[in-house]
Design a protein around this ligand. Structure first.
Ligand code: ADP
Length: 633
């Protein structure tokens, strides 16, 4: 018993799971945000860049390419003479700046031509850039060979994620300055915007340099003009006027002239010429993508981990899976939108990996908990079954042992009353009291015995063809003494009926109980009506009274064992709360049902509906044919 109490009182320690959950989320979150997940994060970054709508262009840049058409036309790379003619045509169209991404000292030409080009390029309007950085502890690139030694060349390096970050060779970043020396893009952007670019959005320190991410446009967004067209003067000056002209190569001959981009890992995904246009545009529009603060990532990931743990521990597996898939989808959607519309980069890899890990860690955790819980329930159940058995055995033994002495007491009392020796009035009342009390006790013991028979599945239907009206009349006659005592009038309206197979004994107990209740709970001089009729193959027996009635909240429980309504408990009427339970059970054994309609202060009507058709179960007369949900089956 102590063991049972301990088991029943054991409260599930929910808070422990929450402490485990919070600790887990905290530790996992801290590990995840420090894990090198750059490769996965770069994948999600590339998807974001590729799938967002292409950002608008500044419209201030025009690229000019030495392309295949140029090579075909000149039979080779354009020489210095071609460049001089090209520059002449170009300058006529009044560009704001010209950037040579080609090394002029590598061009072929005579000494004089070289000198001429050096003079031409030596202008504040023309910048010469090299895909290079100043050496260690240097702030400038080394001078070009004679006669270009006086031209100032500016760094314009191309970065590739080869040994850092995603290590996939993709170009995602550009250099703002190295060792304090700015790249040509920054110098040019400052000139064009006429302001100092002190703080570029998304700027970060990397080794000795300052860097930022490129606001990429899809490859092919900057359509280049052909060098050959420009040299021949075949161009619309409007496309040049006031713009920065970037001159580079786009021949697909050397992979060094190309980079891989977030759009494609192909080594010739985008020309270095177009990449330079993207970098310059990023600066001109001040639109480099920015990483959100690490604290923001930490908090969001922590919340998502906690939500995952809650969902796994509390919600059914299928709905939980749907909720978590939705959560991940919403998170991905928000990260994509924030990037597409605000250029903010929320870390996705650690959060999604965290969600995944928490899910797969807490699923077995939940299984362990549920296993333990069902083991506890099993133990509780076992103990409850044992206790129930003990109780039934005790009740049965007690009722059996009480039956004989009770019968003896009743017999003796009857003997004294019917003896010829006169008794004093006082003695007579006392003996009558003994008789009625022992009668009451006998009934109670009978009910308890029936209950234990039901519980040990011992009740068997003994079916015989009977006229149910006869059974009713017999019951009414038996209750006459009791009704007379309370000056009650019992009226009957019994329709003549065919006999059908019933267990007379059980139904007698049902009707006795219903009629005794009607008498018990009726006021003095009340009226009781007993009716019987046939309808649609059923016999309906109704017992109505004008008694205290049953309060509505008690009605659903009135057929439960040991249940008594509130008003009955407050009255002086005694009872066990077993009669209706047994009646319902016996009626259902006949495949019938019992109903009640009652109004407080007005009375109650109990209806017993019994099918007359000889069903199989009636033929068999076996309890095994009782309702499937009855304790008999
Ligand atoms: P009891 O021995 O208490 O009468 P029953 O199982 O026969 O036990 O009835 C259960 C309860 O239903 C009663 O305690 C009483 O509250 C209510 N009840 C039953 N019949 C009537 C009735 N005719 N009028 C009012 N209440 C009734």
């Amino acid at each position: 018993m102590l063991k049972l109490k301990a088991l029943l009182n054991k409260k599930s320690k929910n808070w422990i799971h929450w402490v485990v959950g919070i600790l887990f989320a905290f530790i996992l979150n801290s590990i995840l945000l420090n894990l090198p997940l750059d490769y996965f994060e770069s994948l999600t970054y590339d998807w974001r860049v590729s799938l967002r709508p292409t950002p608008t262009l500044s419209g201030k840049i025009q690229t000019v390419a030495i392309d295949n058409r140029t090579l075909k036309e000149f039979g080779n790379e354009p020489n210095i003479k071609d460049h001089l003619e090209f520059l002449e045509q170009l300058l006529k169209a009044q560009p704001s700046y010209i950037v040579y991404l080609i090394d002029p000292s590598s061009l072929l030409g005579s000494k004089e031509e070289k000198q001429k080009l050096a003079d031409k390029l030596n202008s504040a309007q023309i910048l010469i850039s090299q895909d290079n950085l100043p050496g260690a502890e240097q702030t400038e690139l080394p001078p070009l060979p004679i006669p270009f030694q006086n031209l100032k060349t500016l760094p314009g390096p191309t970065t590739r994620d080869k040994i850092i970050y995603a290590r996939d060779g993709v170009t995602r970043r550009f250099i703002i300055s190295s060792n304090g020396a700015p790249t040509y893009q920054v110098i040019l952007a400052e000139k064009m915007l006429s302001e100092k670019l002190t703080e570029i959005p998304g700027e970060f320190e990397f080794l000795d340099s300052k860097q930022a991410y490129i606001d990429f446009h899809k490859p092919g967004t900057y359509l280049p003009l052909s060098f050959s067209d420009l040299k021949s003067g075949l161009f619309n000056a409007e496309n040049i006027k006031g713009k920065v002209i970037l001159l580079g190569r786009e021949t697909k001959e050397k992979s060094l002239d190309y980079v891989s981009t977030p759009f494609s890992k192909d080594v010739i995904s985008m020309s270095v010429l177009e990449l330079n246009a993207n970098i310059l545009d990023t600066l001109l529009q001040k639109r480099s993508p920015q990483k959100v603060a690490p604290a923001f990532n930490w908090v969001v990931t922590f919340i998502i981990l906690l939500t995952t743990i809650y969902v796994v521990l509390k919600i059914s597996p299928l709905i939980g899976l749907i909720v978590l898939t939705l959560l991940a989808t919403v998170y991905i959607g928000i990260s994509f939108s924030v990037f597409a519309f605000f250029n903010y980069w929320i870390a996705m890899a650690p959060t999604l990996l965290g969600l995944f890990i928490s899910y797969y860690f807490f699923i077995p955790y939940r299984l362990v908990l549920e296993n333990r819980r069902s083991w506890e329930y099993l133990q509780k159940n076992k103990l409850l079954v044992q206790v129930e058995e003990l109780k039934s055995n005790f009740l049965r033994m007690m009722s059996h042992d009480l039956k004989t002495p009770l019968a003896r007491i009743q017999g003796m009392a009857h003997l004294i009353i019917s003896d010829h020796n006169p008794l004093s009035e006082k003695q007579k009342t006392a003996v009558e009291n003994i008789y009625s009390s022992s009668e009451e006790l006998t009934q109670f013991v009978g009910s308890i015995l029936n209950l234990s028979r039901i519980e040990s599945k011992e009740v068997k239907l003994q079916l015989k063809s009977r006229d149910i009206n006869l059974v009713l009349k017999e019951v009414i006659q038996k209750c006459e003494d009791l009704s007379r005592k309370n000056r009650l009038e019992i009226r009957t309206e019994l329709e003549p009926l065919f006999s059908f197979k019933i267990d007379e004994n059980l139904l007698r107990q049902v009707f006795t109980n219903l009629l005794e209740n009607a008498i018990k709970y009726s006021p003095v001089e009340g009226k009781i009506l007993v009716t019987s009729e046939e309808s649609n193959g059923n016999v309906i027996i109704q017992i109505s009274d004008q008694g205290m009635g049953i309060p509505e909240p008690d009605l659903p429980f009135i057929f439960d064992r040991f249940y008594r309504s509130k008003n009955a408990l407050q009255s002086e009427v005694s009872g066990s709360g077993l009669g209706l339970y047994l009646s319902k059970y016996f009626v259902e054994l006949h495949h019938g049902h019992i109903e009640v309609e009652s109004f407080v202060g007005k009375g109650s009507t109990f209806s017993v509906v019994l099918p007359m058709i000889n069903k199989n179960y009636l033929e068999k007369g076996k309890t095994s044919a009782a309702r499937e949900d009855s304790p008999y089956v």
